[in-house]
Design a protein around this ligand. Structure first.
Ligand code: PGA
Length: 255
């Protein structure tokens, strides 16, 4: 089956308001009427509104990098799913490895956040990935299985129909060391087989799995030509409009 590609730009904790607005405008100019694949950028919370205004009615969606698991209340600095939706966000990252490493998001917390996203109507991008140590000790599959099973919990296939999974090996994020297309393809095939086991073959066939970890304009096409790699989640290279445009076009060629 053909899965529509999805390319994400995770801006992380970068830029200033002026620079974020400029990048959004550049993306609008280059990709505003992009066809053949979905595009979404994840700016820091404080820039979402400004970025969204510049990308309104364009092909580039806007999402949040994280969300609080609860809808509202005395949770200083928390940002709820409803707040993101009210800014025009359509998607949200859940369980990014930097959230897990820097902010202590456990598998259980990731599961709560996924549930909050699903019940608010935000489409989640569930991020999973192993560390270098885990890969070297042969634990990749068991780590990914645990991350998936805890996050997906008791959700049925119907609730997960808008789910996107981002496979992001921690050792490849921001390091300049990309998984080879062969390594990424093999792991994506494993992730898809896990979904087939839990939710059936049709669900697994339709699921989109992004690769993330040092994706650049130079290596995107090779990664995206693998049968089980349906998109990319791009950090550093998404801060450059030209680079992100090249990656978006590689995604479109796959669609
Ligand atoms: P990177 O980040 O492209 O800078 O490696 C990817 C990510 O963390 O989503």
């Amino acid at each position: 089956m053909t899965r529509t590609s999805i390319i994400g730009g995770n801006w992380k904790m970068n830029l200033t308001l002026t620079l974020a607005e400029r990048l959004a405008q550049e993306l609008r100019n280059r990709l505003g009427s992009h066809r053949g694949g979905q595009l979404v950028v994840f700016p820091p919370f404080v820039f979402i509104d400004a970025v969204r205004r510049r990308l309104r009615d364009s092909a580039v969606e806007v999402g949040g990098q994280d969300l609080h698991p609860l809808p509202k209340g005395a949770y200083t600095s928390g940002v709820s799913a409803e707040m993101l939706a009210s800014l025009g966000c359509t998607r949200v990252l859940v369980g990014h490895s930097e959230r897990r490493a820097w902010f202590g998001d456990s598998d259980a917390r990731v599961a709560e956040k996924l549930k909050a996203a699903l019940s608010s109507g935000l489409k989640p991008v569930l991020c999973i990935g192993e560390t270098l140590e885990q890969r070297q000790s042969g634990a990749t599959e068991s780590v990914l299985r645990r991350q998936l099973e805890t996050a997906l919990g008791a959700h049925g296939a119907a609730a997960l129909s808008d789910l996107v999974v981002a496979y992001e090996p921690v050792w490849a994020i921001g390091t300049g060391v990309t998984a080879t297309p062969e390594q990424a393809q093999a792991t994506h095939a494993f992730v898809r087989s896990e979904f087939a086991r839990h939710f059936g073959a049709a669900f697994a066939e339709a699921l989109r799995i992004q690769y993330g970890g040092s994706v650049t304009a130079d290596n995107a096409a090779a990664l995206l030509s693998c049968p089980d790699i349906d998109g990319a989640l791009v950090g550093g290279a998404s801060l450059d409009a030209n680079g992100f445009t090249t990656i978006a076009r590689a995604g479109a060629r796959r669609s």
